[in-house]
Design a protein around this ligand. Sequence first.
Ligand code: ADP
Length: 296
Amino acid sequence: MEIALEAQGLGKRYGKTWALRDCSLHLPAGRIAALVGPNGAGKSTLLHLAVGLLRPDAGAVRIFGASPYDNPELLPEIGFVAQDTPLYRDFTAAELVDLGGRLNRRWDGALARNRLAQLGIPPNLRIGKLSGGQRAQVALALALAKRPRLLLLDEPVASLDPLARREFLQSLMGSVAESETTVLLSSHLLADLERVCDYLVVLNAARVQLAGSVDDLVAAHRQLVGPRHDGGPIGGVAEVVRASHTDRQSTLLVRTDGPVTDPAWTVREVGLEDVVLAYLADGASQTRHSEWGVPA
Ligand code: ADP
């Protein structure tokens, strides 16, 4: 399995504060991965490290096996759309496509022009006059025209209304489905990305809380409801991620390592959002990753 992005003990510090700490994860090539966590969790920092705009203070990040900071020749392989889709507002989309052709050795200008035409985005209007959704689409078209092997998008839908969010993500999925591109896109809202991603990385307070394939993560977690739990072991449960109690009853979100057969517990399947919220609420706990079929 080819690994698009690999971080090992990766950290970035501003003064005494770690913006990202002990980050270890493997993103297999070909995945559409969501990078989710509250504001300030370290998402932008991870993406900037991955594109080589920041130098790690600890550990390492590798893109297709090489450090992006030390290997600028990797840059053509990586498409990056920074937060708020910064574009030259006085240029038109058509001019930006031409400019990209002059700045990039490998450049598919026709792809960008066709995309913009399909989306009905006027090529000759200044970027500053386009809507937020249209600007986001121009930024995406430019990133795709690089034909990157890895596409990093920092909060691409944050400033868009719900309809524009959906359209943006649908068109992103449509275009990467035909290519081999690996995508890592961040949001502070899981709901934005849940439908489109097949891999998930959850960051909270500078640390990775959870990383793995969505199917594996969902399959490995259950909600248990039963008599008040005293903290003792439960057969089939590897870890209680989150517990809430009334006088008589406990509700547990657990990571399983086998079937839970004790009839005292009612076992329910959980959705991805339940899993993520449980790990975010338990943010002080240890980093967990690589336990769901991802190489450690
Ligand atoms: P996110 O993208 O998840 O909102 P960031 O990666 O932007 O989080 O920020 C992580 C932490 O690092 C935050 O506490 C933020 O204030 C801090 N940080 C980010 N960039 C800088 C910087 N240039 N100087 C100082 N602190 C920073």
